[in-house]
Design a protein around this ligand. Structure first.
Ligand SMILES: CC(C)c1ccc(C(=O)O)c(O)c1O
Ligand code: FE2
Length: 302
């Protein structure tokens, strides 16, 4: 029984050290559209009709500010509110002015106790009149966010027993790939075991065409953007992937294809051997810079 029903991974808020440079990169190199002309506040970027899938904030240090999931309905939001309070978590409503800037409906935030990452849950976001242009890459969605965490077992347990996530697969002792139920995607969130603090591992964008992976490889190389892993195929979700670095050194991934799970009668999670071939069945290995940069912003209470 899940405590509340997710619709999908909604957006990720990232801290970047040079907002203009990052906006250029996320539009001209990654292929996102700006949702509104850049102003004094954060930059809103999208890869679909939602007002934003990535929000970039100027900051002294690169990293992840929060991850946001959309719930199925306002009724689910009420279930979530009650459930999170019953866990003893401090749950805060998104301030009205911020909701207005985010063009979102009802929403709340809390800090996941093992990683320190702020999770946001919301119900509605402005739907843009013009479709996402897919001018550079046929991105179909913000795919997933991955953290590296020291309290790997505890966080896996918290996400699955308290927050309504299900493990789709483990790579033994190393990674847990989690779906936000009843969303069918193999994972919208994942965690890796870290021995060196908690941090962002990567942000993924799913593409609808395998050619996008090859075309991106050539585009990134031409512009001297570091490609840090792949192209290859992940064993857990079966996707074809490519990782590269944003201007702050944070890892981004394009991937094509992903196993989907039915709401009822889903297969059990597999325990995959922690072998390099589990991460890439084609045999490439990650560069040292893969998945290293990205502080988790501690929540500031006002
Ligand atoms: C190497 C990383 C953590 C990884 C491994 C597997 C998948 C997948 O099965 O889709 C990923 O998306 C990853 O980012
Ligand atoms: Fe990934």
């Amino acid at each position: 029984m899940i405590p509340f029903r997710y619709r999908k991974l909604g957006y990720v808020a990232l801290n970047v050290t040079d907002l203009e440079r990052s906006v250029r990169f996320y539009t001209d190199m990654v292929g996102l559209d700006l949702s509104e002309p850049p102003g004094a506040g954060p930059a809103f970027l999208r890869c679909g009709t939602d007002h934003h899938h990535v929000v970039l904030y100027p900051a002294a240090e690169p990293g992840i500010k929060r991850v946001a999931f959309e719930l199925e309905s306002r009724a689910e939001m009420e279930h979530a509110r009650k459930h999170l309070a019953s866990l003893g978590l401090v749950v805060e409503d998104i301030p009205v002015e911020e909701r207005a800037a985010l063009r979102q409906g009802d929403g709340l935030r809390f800090v996941e106790p093992n990683s320190g990452l702020t999770f946001e849950l919301y119900t509605r976001v402005l739907q843009m009149a013009l479709p996402f242009r897919q001018s550079l890459t046929k991105i179909v969605r913000l795919g997933h966010v991955v953290l590296s965490v020291e309290r790997f077992d505890e966080m896996t347990d918290f996400l699955t027993t308290q927050l309504g996530f299900a493990v789709s697969d483990f790579v033994e002792g190393r990674f847990a790939f989690l779906r936000c139920q009843p969303n069918p995607l193999h994972h919208s969130f994942a965690i890796g075991r870290s021995a060196a603090g908690n941090h962002l591992n990567h942000v993924n964008f799913m593409v609808s065409d395998m050619d996008d992976i090859g075309i991106a490889m050539n585009r990134l190389q031409k512009h001297e953007v570091p490609v840090v892993f792949g192209p290859g195929r992940h064993q857990p979700s079966g996707s074809i992937f490519l990782y590269f670095l944003d201007p702050d050194g944070m890892s981004l991934e394009y991937s094509f294809g992903m196993e989907e799970f039915p709401e009822k009668g889903a297969r059990e999670p597999r325990m995959l051997e922690a072998h390099p071939l589990a991460l890439d069945t084609w045999g490439s290995v990650p560069q040292p810079a893969f998945g290293k940069v990205g502080a988790i912003e501690p929540e500031v209470r006002t």
